[in-house]
Write a protein that binds this ligand. Sequence first.
Ligand SMILES: C/C=C/C(=O)SCCNC(=O)CCNC(=O)[C@H](O)C(C)(C)COP(=O)(O)OP(=O)(O)OC[C@H]1O[C@@H](n2cnc3c(N)ncnc32)[C@H](O)[C@@H]1OP(=O)(O)O
Length: 233
Amino acid sequence: MLDHSILGVVEVREQSWTAGDAEVYAAAVGGDSPAFPITLAQHGGPQLGLTGADMTQVLHATQSLVLHRPLPAAGTMPVTRTVTDIFDKGSGALVVSTWDTPYFSTRSSCFVKGEGGFGGPRGESPAFTVPDRAPDTTWTFQTSDDQALRYRETGDVNPMHADPEFARRAGFSRPILHGLCTLGITLRHIELSTVDCRFTAPVYPGQLLTVDCWRTGEFRTRTDRVVLVGKAV
Ligand SMILES: C/C=C/C(=O)SCCNC(=O)CCNC(=O)[C@H](O)C(C)(C)COP(=O)(O)OP(=O)(O)OC[C@H]1O[C@@H](n2cnc3c(N)ncnc32)[C@H](O)[C@@H]1OP(=O)(O)O
């Protein structure tokens, strides 16, 4: 059972990185992407610290990034992680965390299925919409069958993305792609200083991603359905 005493917990650590980390990341998402800093702060994924949760029931739900200043090619920085909210979404709990660094801040939430109904606040319900007209640009990215294993090299070793038995227990026919991999691919051709998005459906490695972008900053990524929707400014 999710341990609610994680709420409000603040952890500070030092994170170092090299140009090699950026190269591993670029190889995992098909090229350079402004989403790279997220992996440094979140040490791979958004799910760390969900004490007590059945990790087969944890899905990456939302992600934000605010860039404060350019990230050097290599360096060391303090990272402050705070678990800011646990919302009661009925069918699940939405655990929200922030990671602050001198260069950027990220905010991420995980949906923990089956952990709702504890009487907590329902919390945020941001509606991500796209304009009611054709996208200004559309491009595609063919994920490979080993895309999740490549992304795992960035440090996110959640078995949801690698272990078929774990994925089956999570209700998936096979391991699914990291939400941050889909986001990294999606943002590759988007200039931004901030981005907010919601993961709306899982992606399986090998699926074709179609990315639609509007000049006003909205974007969405589709397989046979919309898997990610957000806004970059
Ligand atoms: C650690 C894992 C790492 C990963 O990388 S996992 C891979 C990437 N992530 C995914 O593939 C997840 C894709 N998203 C989904 O599959 C679904 O999305 C969810 C299972 C997370 C939720 O779907 P459902 O259970 O059907 O929720 P509802 O009944 O539509 O809504 C219940 C409440 O939950 C809010 N909600 C739904 N989805 C999200 C989301 N993605 N982020 C934040 N909130 C969400 C709604 O709004 C609503 O709450 P309100 O009534 O208060 O509005």
